[in-house]
Design a protein around this ligand. Structure first.
Ligand SMILES: Nc1ncnc2c1ncn2[C@@H]1O[C@H](COP(=O)(O)OP(=O)(O)OP(=O)(O)O)[C@@H](O)[C@H]1O
Length: 567
């Protein structure tokens, strides 16, 4: 590939050593000019960073400024050495470049490097040229609308924002309007009606997954109502939201942040916002008949996870340990639920839930799924049809060749629709390790009735290297749509009766002793919120929203930038 033309090359000082410093439109780099030359005795050398050569992608530079004034200010109010000779007090003109630096485990931090120049003219030329390059990066936000949930997680949202995030936004010259929420759904309601979105380049959510879900609902509803789209119609094609969302993690689990950035770290997230990253995300809409219920970003769970999350919501006062408590309680109850799942397999998807590779930054699957040439689509459909012949007796195909719905009736411990890996520090692989962020599909995981021990084995596999889908009672399908009806509702409709709750269900359970259900029926949990209906239909909307993120990076882009100075 052709190298971009060099914009500047100067010999400058960094910590009393001489460096060749270069800038082109892609990289800002510095390389020691005389690496083997002995240092002057008594010099205050910087170790690690000053040695060798370094490069920073221009798109990851946060800001640049002339430094003399600042270094003077730094000494105010502090003890400092009185210079013995007048020339010792001379500070050569200098400029500081602030940039995002990768550290371990996908974390970024704000770093800086200061170069001393022989004269002011050169110093200003460097500052102006870098500023000019930064001004060409049009994907960077300038104005943000920030919502802070002061009660999420350990109730540290406000402190996290003020101490860790606001100073770096201000360093990067980003202006903000901050709203500290006063009640649940404050952010959602403000976004869906009042917020003047034209004034902003992005919305920032300081909180956990619940708070993020509020922001998502507010933005999607606003976009649909502005475009005249009826959210209640399950067949509608929804209009993607233009404005990006940034997540500053300040909740209990922060699963969405972890799955899209690879770390739950406020500074890392703030830096992804500043550099203007963009990661599209699929959204699953959930309807009951022709009524819109909710949007799901991560997990739509019935049975085990539905019960666990519904129970943990009632124990918010316990803080993050509520998940462990409700997890053990739900596991011990070992309820299973009877019903019918029908789904539309994603036959044109390039990947599968059993793939070994995971969705990573710049994911090929997310970019190409749903865009296969027609011949490939036919092959996929035929393969799917062959598979269907091998299905259990109670799985039947419903319609014609184009939209082949599959139907599975049974007793389930859990039904999960997972639109992203759902990896989090508690479960680093997640519920579906190979799920993609933006391929237009969701992974439908069906855990059939099994013993407590088998189920425990399956759960434990979420925390080790073994394949959690490799059990005879687990099946997983990559789908674009699905429906679920609980057994008691099927019976209700056969009897032409309305759902009448526990009383009727108790009767059905008595009539079907083999069902083994210890409880009435489960509830769907949609990203932690309990849905009011058990009969649902869900559809995935490809890349409906965008985050200030880039997906999880495989490895640092600029680990060793030796040679970049020759750029
Ligand atoms: N001012 C507020 N008072 C009470 N509840 C609020 C307020 N602002 C937001 N909420 C609600 O608090 C709920 C939980 O918040 P959040 O998601 O930030 O934290 P969390 O539940 O601890 O974290 P996680 O969702 O990651 O487990 C959200 O569903 C949101 O609707």
């Amino acid at each position: 590939m052709e190298k971009p033309p060099r914009l500047l090359l100067s010999r400058l000082w960094l910590q009393n050593r001489v460096y060749d410093v270069t800038l082109n439109s892609v990289v800002f780099a510095w390389k020691e000019a005389e690496p083997n030359k002995k240092r002057a005795p008594g010099s205050n050398w910087n170790t690690g960073k000053a040695a060798g050569s370094h490069g920073v992608p221009v798109c990851e530079i946060l800001a640049v400024q002339e430094t003399a004034e600042d270094s003077h200010k730094k000494n105010v109010g502090k003890w400092h050495r009185v210079p013995k000779r007048p020339e010792e007090s001379y500070q050569p003109p200098a400029f500081t470049v602030f940039y995002a630096e990768r550290t371990r485990q996908h974390r970024w931090r704000c770093s800086s490097v200061t170069f001393h120049c022989p004269d002011w003219g050169l110093c200003q030329q460097w500052v102006h040229t870098i500023e000019e390059q930064l001004s060409l990066l049009t994907s960077r936000p300038k104005r943000l609308l920030v919502y802070i949930n002061p009660f999420g997680g350990k109730q540290q949202g406000k402190r996290i924002y003020e101490q860790k995030v606001a100073p770096i936004f201000s360093r990067a010259s980003i202006s903000t309007d901050v709203i500290v929420t006063e009640r649940a759904n404050h952010a959602r309601d403000h976004l869906s009606t009042d917020a003047d979105l034209k004034n902003y380049d992005g919305v920032v959510c300081v909180g956990g997954d619940g708070m993020f879900s509020e922001i998502v609902h507010g933005l999607i509803s606003r976009t649909q109502s502005d475009s005249g789209v009826d959210q209640n119609c399950p067949e509608e094609t929804l209009v993607p939201c233009d404005i990006r969302i940034g997540i500053i993690p300040a909740g209990s689990t922060d699963c969405i942040c972890y799955a899209t950035v690879g770390a739950n770290d406020p500074v890392t997230s703030a830096l992804h916002i500043i550099v203007g990253d963009s990661q599209p995300i699929d959204i699953c809409s959930v309807h009951h008949n022709n009524t819109f219920l909710r949007y799901s970003v991560s997990l739509l769970g019935y049975g085990f996870y539905g019960d666990l999350l519904t129970d943990s919501e009632k124990k918010r006062w316990m803080g993050p340990t509520r998940y462990d408590f409700s997890g053990v309680k739900t596991f011990l109850s070992h309820h299973c639920y009877e019903g019918t799942v029908s789904f539309l397999p994603a036959t044109d998807s390039v990947g599968s839930p059993r793939d070994k590779f995971k969705c990573r930054s710049g994911c090929h699957f997310c970019q190409h799924s749903g865009h296969l040439p027609f011949e490939n689509q036919q092959i996929c459909e035929e393969e799917e049809e062959e598979e269907e012949e091998e299905e259990e007796e109670d799985s039947v195909s419903e319609s014609g060749r184009k939209d082949v719905w599959r139907v599975i009736r049974g007793k389930f411990l859990a039904i999960n629709a997972v639109s992203m890996s759902c990896a989090c520090p508690r479960s680093p692989k997640g519920l579906s390790p190979a799920a993609h962020l933006s391929d237009g599909t969701t992974d439908l995981i069906l855990i059939h009735k099994c013993s407590r021990l088998d189920f425990l084995r399956h759960l434990l596999r979420h925390t080790n290297k073994n394949d959690q889908f490799d059990h005879p009672f687990v099946e997983v399908h990559r789908v674009r749509r699905f429906r679920f009806t609980a057994k008691h509702q099927e019976v209700d409709s056969e009897l032409d009766l309305r759902e009448t709750g526990k009383g009727l269900f108790g009767q059905i359970c008595r009539d079907h002793p083999a069902c083994g259900c210890a409880a009435g029926h489960s509830t769907w949990s949609c990203d932690g919120e309990t849905l009011p209906h058990t009969a649902i239909q869900a559809s995935v909307h490809r890349q409906l929203i965008k985050l200030f993120a880039r997906g999880i990076e495989d490895q640092p882009v600029f680990e060793d930038s030796t040679g970049v100075c020759s750029a």
